[in-house]
Ligand binder design. Sequence first.
Ligand code: ZN
Length: 406
Amino acid sequence: MRVLRGATLIDGTGAAPARDATIVLRDGRIEAVTTGAGSWPAGTDVLDVTGKTILPGLIDCHDHLAFHSYDLPHRWGLDEPASTRSLRTARAIERTLGMGYTAIRDAGGLDAGFRIAVEEGLIRGPRLLTAVAIVSPIGGIGDRVSPSGHECVVPPDPALPRGVANGVEEARTIVRTMVRAGADVIKCATTGGASSRAGHGPKDGAFDPDEMRALVDESHALGRKVMCHALGGHGLRIALEAGVDSIEHGCYLDEEPELIAMMAERGVFLVPTLTVYEYHRESRAKHVRERARALHGHHVESIQRALEAGVPVVAGTDAGGHGHPPNAAELAHLAAAGLTPMQAIRSATSVAAACLGLEHEIGTVEKGKRADLVVVDGDPLADLKLLQDPARIRLVLKDGVTEVQR
Ligand SMILES: [Zn+2]
């Protein structure tokens, strides 16, 4: 048995912070949450964390842990040996845990072996849910083509199946292929984005309604949620009508009020990923820079309207291509876009856990949940940016085990 006592608890449910909290842990789970002093059997490991703040372990629902740059040679795996890249990825995974992130949903690029490595204890890391590879039709963001239309000729990595599917049959087949390769979630794309090739922008569609329905139905039949990259226009509508579980980015939702209402009614999550667009707004590529700048006002407006309508808004950085900035940068961006600090914390705890389908296991500090906890110096409700400072992240527990202590 282990006890953490004396800190202020922000439990992730949205309840007001509780001072002088006592959290009892046993067998990797939270056994009790109370306030004030208590008495424990001899031999109990009691840790006094008076003056600090305890939060549920943080969650990022859109990361790319195995991507380290947007350069084409990197994306095609030509810039370094696969082993070096894997070790680089392992380091990003370990650092992410060190920042208080105990669960990450990888939106493509991370093979399932990394999840196994964490589960086996070969490397330290958050709980990993991976999409393995991004699924799109020819010309979509999962299709590996150069700006001039050259197709990547490097043989595909069998752990990362090629993500291109055309037609209803292939849509079903590719879902099965991803699941066979270990996918915990299916990531697809029904539009281009800021960084996609010229000619396939934020409102340019990919997939037709029949293909998307087949993809979503097959994913759900295999017990996988569907996270869909969709920024705006027809592709955004197709994704929602097909029944995806979360919309990634959703930058032009403000132009489709009835789609926001549909998301609220069906409980579809919005993962805006504001952090990546900050990077794209300064991109060296003109078309990327222009798209990112043009969508920014719409993106903020979309988030505010989604919040007003009751759409659950989730923290995700889309980190990886732009390096691995602190995942908590997204919380400060969400607050700047209109979330209260408490809503921003929930977006990376309880609401994020629900987005993963793990709301009964993680995301709040409540009796029965897994003991994924982070202890920080200071009050994140007063200053969300402190969550970006490694020196302020003092203790990280996963399943009740100390993973990081500073
Ligand atoms: Zn992404």
